[in-house]
Design a protein. Sequence first.
Length: 266
Amino acid sequence: MTTLLVLPPRPRAWPRRLAVIAALAAFTALTTIPALGGVEIDLESIARNWSNGAQRVGMLLTPDWSILPRTWEPMYQTLSMAMVGTVISAALAIPLSLWAARPTNPNGLTRRAVRFSLNVVRAIPDLVYATILVAMVGVGTLPGVITLVLFDIGIVVKLVSESIDSADSSYMEAGRAAGGTQTQINKVTALPQSWPVMASQILYSLELNVRISAILGIVGAGGIGRLIDEVRGFYRYDALSAIIIEILVVVLIIEVISNGLRKRLR
């Protein structure tokens, strides 16, 4: 006699999905109500002024390549800021990453102090840093470099320290059992194991620095951003389009080089 296996009915998931979608839709609608502090979306204004946007888009689609000779020096400043900021932040991120990770810094007091300081550094937007530093040290590349250093340290140290925390720390316990000091253990075991991750994050921060440097110049921190602000102020969107394409090409070249270096580090 053959016994038929009857599968239980499939649970209905659509009511829960419908509730989630409805909740997201309601929350999105509430964020557009100005009385509740939401973002005001003026569809009437968009419909009334659409021709202005179409005109700007048309200018962006017809780049004015004659602006390129004026971009060489600002672009060189941008790349210099990105490179110097990356090198300085890398030198600072190596010890800070070891101090922020539990396996490489068993002292809970200093570890929490380092993490708290980095959380404060990471919480402040880079444009705020640049604006304050421009007022403190003046217009130029120096406030841009300092801003990039602070930005990179906050990101690199967090990612590298979390990688050290999640890695196998049995080799470090063996070093302690052999009588090694924490500094010796970090130098001989932790650094070699975390170096590929650290190098990858540093290369990634270099890519980010090129993009961020283009924005920092708008607030006076030097680089191609100052030229972008000047061109935008005169409504030369055709020249702005050429600058954007140039930045895109530079970023793509740096990304290709970084990907090649990452493959060699694996």
